[in-house]
Structure formats: structure tokens, C-alpha cells
Write a protein that binds this ligand. Structure first.
Ligand SMILES: *Cc1c(COP(=O)(O)O)cnc(C)c1O
Length: 448
């Protein structure tokens, strides 16, 4: 089955949302639970390259990738072929009943591409949250300890355990407790805001790590701590890149204290930051690494990968799940990885970084509401503040995102204070579309 190519140009056929989307929104209101929100009011019909086309024929520039998922594109030819072939062979047998090669091949690939050349094994699951849940199970089985430390501005999902790991109350946690016990929170490294308190704290990650370790030792104690769970770049929390030295110092402390270092690379993994994994920028080799989002070209799949001696601590049948490592998702993952490696998408992410930083850097020089521009690769954000202060401006952020949406550009917001616009384009976007999207963003900001 083939569909006609999707034109790679922004095109507004109707107002946003158009009549087709308005009609679907009405049906949705009656049928879909109210707690599920959508960033844009348009309903998608097709997507690919750097474009999402809606049911009214509007073509929007995609600077969101469905939240960092369609890194290789939303209809990557390799992924489409692999999925069509696999779905015709078999859709499911359950790896826990009659296993199949695709699961093994994805585990082999993850063991190969994740940081470190030591012996590793992997388990496949369905979502980022489920990967984090399993990483905590594995760390507890390995250390025979129970406490887990997560971080300010951390985001790890919406299941009960991962709500406990996640920092931000609204909208993720409020009213949904009680949460899983024995989870603690420690300060992270937030160079922009730490630097307002103390210049060294903002630039020297080892200083920030000393503050963190003091909190962990005094409030939890290494003897009780099974795992430290951290995103190498905080995603939902605001694309916060820790100061150099922060992650290596935490890892060294974990190694000295028999604490499992879990890197949550659900958002940062698979070429997003210009390296296969964001841990490589430090560089650090985590004990366990959680992956999901960009892993399978848009199909639901997630994994925990790590040192075999830790990964293999749980007893036989202690890990698993009905759908975990679905064969269609595995076929997609292998094809997506081929796309990353064969099409040099790591290099492409670094080109995109230069293009975005150049544009946003120039915009920042002229606009004192842009407090900070930060990120790596195709994961860059602007933090918006009240003019000449560091006071977060969530109102401006919301207005800017809405203006971009009306103009046919998909941008997402994030941040603990709701004042960050984040850019996560697919790595298949053209330079022209990306530049046009950035022109819309900076042009709309200038008008607000
Ligand atoms: C999205 C995300 C998760 C949760 O993944 P789901 O697939 O939505 O459960 C966990 N950690 C990070 C860093 C994420 O960005």
C-alpha cells in the first residue's frame, strides 16, 4: 500500500482549527475522557518529513515530533516497510509464550548502542513509565535496598511509581495520590537558575553535586538507597542541561555506595541530542538506561538496558508483560535504528542544533524576555521571563505557542514554571522548513 507523497511546505487551507477538526472535537467531547488534553485543536490525517497535515488539508511545520517520538520521521520508509512485512507475518505471540527473533535482535542492538562496552542485557516493555517501573524493580532486586532518589524538575511518567518519581504536581500528580513510598527528591543542577544564586554553583557541576549528595546522605542515607534516577537532560522540567561535572560526580558517588545509577533517556535517546544517548556528552556510563519515545519510529516500545549483573538480579518470571516487545514494534525499532545509522541522523541532529542556536541566539540578543536558550542537538528550548528579570512568564509562553499554532507551526511548551518553549523537530525536517518554523516563532514573539 502506498500513499501519495506529503508536500513539504506549510500551507493554511482554513483557519486553525478548520471545520473538519471542529467536528471531530465535538465527537471527542462526548467520547473521550476529559482528563486527556491535546496541545493543538487540529486532527491529524497524515504526517512525515517535517510536516503534519490535518483533516482540513492544513499542513503544519512539525517542531514537536509527537513529543520527541518521530525522530526518524512519522512515516519513515524503512519503518513503514518493516511494519507492513511483520504485521503480515504475525502481530503477536507473546515473548513469554513463544518467543521470536525480533525481540532478541532489539535487545542485541540496545546492548550494542548504549554507552559502555561491558556485558549488558535488556528487557522490553511498552512505555517510558513502564521502563522506569522496571528499572526500579531491577535495582531493588540487585541491591536488596528500597529507597529511590529522583530530582527537582524530573519527569518519569504517570503510573503510580513514576508519579512519585516525577517532580511537578500540576497536571501530573495533583489529586492522584497516595504515591509509592520510599521515593525522595534531591536538588538537580539548573545552570541558569543556580547561577542567579551563586555563579560557581551554576557553572561547576561538581559544586552542584556536592549540594545534592549532602541532601541524599542526610535525608536518605546510602545504606537505604537502591537507585538514583535522573534524566541526563531534564525534558518536561524545561530542557535543563546540568552543569559539566554534575552527572559524573553523582555516578562516582553511586559507584562508591552500591547505588544503581539509572539514566532516564526516554526523551533524550536515539540521536535526539546529536549523540545516540545524551549520557555520551558527559561522558558517563550509567548502570541502567531507560529508553522509549524515539526507539521505534512512532510505535509503542520501551526498554531497560544495563550491566548484566544488575539486569539479571530479578528471579525468573520476575520481569515481563503481555505486550512487552511486540513483534511489530520490534521490527519498527530495528528499521528506525537502521535509519539513524545509515542516514547519519546524529550528524543531522548536530546541524539542526547549529541552525536553531544561531537563530535563537540572535533573537535573544534583541529580546530581554528570552532568559535562556539551551539544549543539545534537536532538543533546544527557550526560557521566557519578565523583561530584565528571571521571573518566569508562563502567560507569554502560552500566548506564543498559541500564536505559532494559528500560524501553522507545531511547538510544545514545558518547564516546572510553564515558561519554556521547546523545539523537538524530526531529524527528517528540511533546513528550509526548520528556518521557516523558527521565523514564525521569533516573528510571533516580536508581536507579543
Ligand atoms: C515521556 C517520558 C517518560 C514517560 O514515558 P511514557 O511513554 O509517556 O510513559 C519518562 N521519562 C521521560 C524523561 C519522558 O520524557
Amino acid at each position: 500500500m502506498s500513499v501519495p507523497p506529503l508536500p513539504q511546505s506549510r500551507h493554511l487551507a482554513t483557519e486553525i482549527p478548520g471545520p473538519g477538526s471542529v467536528q471531530l472535537a465535538r465527537r471527542r467531547e462526548a467520547a473521550v475522557a476529559r482528563g486527556v488534553a491535546s496541545t493543538l485543536p487540529v486532527y491529524a490525517a497524515r504526517a512525515g518529513g517535517g510536516i503534519v497535515e490535518d483533516v482540513d488539508g492544513n499542513r503544519l511545520i512539525d517542531l514537536g515530533s509527537g513529543i520527541a517520538v518521530t525522530t526518524v520521521g512519522a512515516a519513515a520508509p524503512r519503518v513503514v516497510d518493516a511494519v507492513q512485512r511483520q504485521v503480515a507475518e504475525f502481530t503477536h505471540t507473546c515473548f513469554m509464550v513463544t518467543p521470536y527473533e525480533g525481540y532478541v535482535a532489539v535487545a542485541e542492538a540496545l546492548n550494542r548502542i548504549t554507552p559502555g562496552s561491558h556485558e549488558k542485557t535488556s528487557v522490553l516493555v511498552n512505555s517510558g513509565s513502564e521502563a522506569l517501573e522496571n528499572a526500579v524493580k531491577i535495582a531493588r532486586a540487585h541491591t536488596r535496598k528500597t529507597a529511590v532518589v529522583a530530582f527537582d524538575h524530573g519527569y518519569h511518567g504517570r503510573t503510580n511509581l513514576t508519579m512519585a518519581l516525577t517532580a511537578k504536581s500540576m497536571p501530573y500528580k495533583s489529586g492522584f495520590g497516595p504515591f509509592a513510598p520510599d521515593i525522595y527528591r534531591a536538588p538537580t543542577s539548573y545552570p541558569y537558575r543556580d547561577g542567579l544564586i551563586d555563579k560557581d554553583l551554576g557553572s561547576d557541576g561538581t559544586r552542584a553535586a556536592e549540594r545534592t549528595i549532602r541532601v541524599i546522605e542526610s535525608q536518605i542515607g546510602a545504606a537505604n538507597l537502591a537507585a538514583l534516577v535522573i534524566e541526563p537532560i531534564h525534558g518536561e522540567g524545561g530542557f535543563i542541561v546540568p552543569a559539566p561535572g554534575f552527572l559524573p560526580a553523582l555516578l562516582a558517588w553511586c559507584r562508591d555506595n552500591n547505588v544503581v545509577f539509572v539514566a532516564d533517556e526516554v526523551q533524550t535517546g536515539f540521536a535526539r541530542t546529536g549523540a545516540m544517548f545524551a549520557c555520551e556528552h558527559e561522558p558517563i556510563v550509567p548502570d541502567l538506561i531507560c529508553t522509549a519515545k524515539g526507539i521505534a519510529g512512532g510505535l509503542p516500545l520501551a526498554a531497560v538496558t544495563g550491566s548484566a549483573d544488575i539486569m539479571d538480579a530479578p528471579h525468573l518470571s520476575g520481569l515481563g508483560g503481555t505486550f512487552g516487545g511486540n513483534p511489530v514494534a520490534c521490527a519498527a525499532a530495528l528499521a528506525a535504528l537502521t535509519a539513524v545509522e545509515a542516514d547519519d541522523l546524529l550528524g543531522r541532529a548536530r546541524q539542526i542544533e547549529r541552525l536553531i542556536l544561531d537563530r535563537l541566539g540572535r533573537a535573544q540578543a534583541d529580546d530581554d524576555r528570552i532568559g535562556d536558550v539551551r539544549g543539545r542537538g534537536a532538543m533546544i528550548a527557550v526560557e521566557l521571563v519578565q523583561p530584565d528579570t528571571a521571573e518566569p512568564d508562563p502567560g507569554l509562553t502560552k500566548a506564543l505557542a498559541a500564536a505559532c499554532h494559528r500560524a501553522g507551526v507545531i511547538v510544545l511548551t514545558c518547564g516546572t514554571f510553564g515558561n519554556v518553549v521547546r523545539l523537538l523537530p524530526p531529524l527528517t525536517i528540511s533546513d528550509e522548513l526548520l528556518a521557516e518554523g523558527l521565523d514564525v516563532l521569533t516573528g510571533e514573539l516580536a508581536k507579543l
